[in-house]
Ligand binder design. Structure first.
Ligand code: NAD
Length: 306
């Protein structure tokens, strides 16, 4: 497939590198000059549990430099940059181009739908992790999965081809019409741990230093799951609580991306996570006071750091 990765940071470069290694024609589109410069010059250095590989069979460009429509665009900017990125990369969007978002948060399908017909938009969720340690170099350790669906809920040849391409890249992908529950469960997890770490500047493990960390996290999880349920989405609270407890116990030194963004003075994804939950809660008449308080606090921290 001809694939453009729009937003080739940690996740985009990891996915793009794996798809290129599987033989697909991949173009990485990003505005980070240092990163795309390194990839053009030296290839993409991809570090996984099987060691470091240098991927050379890919193109790295700024979004506005792309000139040809592709079969598939995988959007991996942070959520607040989706629209600017798609606008700049409009040349890759042909009448048949499918768009996929595996970004965190809510509203991704709606953002992509402004650039393509509903039948061409796919959304999903991935548990693959990735980090960008320096320009031109990304790493992903451990194993993950991808679940995705067409945003209109229908089966399509684009969906089938995308699932095949991701599996050829050994990314463990399956089409799943119940992806909404998985998306909301991940939002519940991130709304709890990302926002608490961003506000307190605690690592995930440091949230266990008093009982308040887990207690606040579980209140946020309960609120987000209640909003999902009120919208008819069968999110499983026990499942999220188990994941939160597992992270608190085993991911002690991890700094969630929202904390990393705060520390680096970058915008956070708070609006697509806690902010979007608060909006959804208001629409269905469910109270979400803890989620809302954390959204407001992260906005303050976010504004001050920048
Ligand atoms: P990242 O910050 O490493 O990468 C985002 C990239 O987008 C950057 O390279 C940035 O330069 C680029 N970008 C910003 N504006 C752009 C524009 N206008 N045009 C083109 N590129 C632009 O972020 P990430 O960690 O790769 O996360 C991407 C998404 O995936 C987020 O929604 C995140 O929540 C989600 N996610 C991340 C992980 C992870 O482990 N990193 C796991 C699952 C999901």
């Amino acid at each position: 497939m001809q694939i453009a990765i729009l937003g080739a940071g940690a996740m985009g470069s990891f996915f793009g590198g794996r798809l290129a290694l599987a033989g697909h024609a991949v173009t990485l589109l990003d505005i980070d000059e240092a990163h795309i410069g390194c990839i053009r010059r030296d290839g993409l250095r991809l570090s996984t549990d099987s060691g470091e590989q240098v991927v050379r069979n890919l193109i790295a460009q700024r979004p506005e430099e792309a000139t040809q429509p592709v079969d598939l665009v995988i959007v991996f900017t942070k959520t607040m940059h989706t629209e600017a990125a798609l606008t700049a990369a409009s040349a890759v969007l042909g009448p048949e181009t499918a768009l996929l978002s595996l970004q965190n948060g809510l509203g991704n399908a709606e953002r992509l739908a402004r650039f393509a017909a509903p039948g061409q938009v796919m959304i999903g969720v991935t548990t693959w992790p990735a980090d960008k340690s320096e320009p031109g170099r990304v790493s992903s350790h451990g194993h993950g999965t991808i679940r995705l669906m067409s945003a209109d809920g229908k089966h399509s040849s684009a969906l089938e081809q995308t699932v095949s391409a991701l599996n050829e890249a050994s990314l463990a992908c399956r089409a799943n019409p119940d992806v909404w529950a998985a998306i909301w469960e991940k939002v519940a997890f991130n709304a709890a741990l990302n926002s608490l770490c961003a506000v307190t500047q605690c690592t995930v493990g440091e949230l266990t230093h008093t009982a308040d960390g887990e207690s606040l996290a579980l209140k946020i999880v309960a609120e987000v799951v209640a909003v999902a349920r009120a919208r008819g989405i069968a999110a499983n609270e026990d499942h999220v609580v188990a994941n939160v407890r597992d992270a608190l116990a085993h991911h002690g030194s991890h700094r969630p991306s929202m904390l990393q963004d705060v520390l680096a003075g970058r915008h956070t994804e708070i609006e697509a996570i806690n902010g979007a939950v608060v909006e959804a809660a208001a629409a269905v008449g469910v109270e979400a006071p803890y989620t809302e308080t954390l959204a407001r606090l992260v906005r303050l921290v976010d504004a001050r750091r920048r």
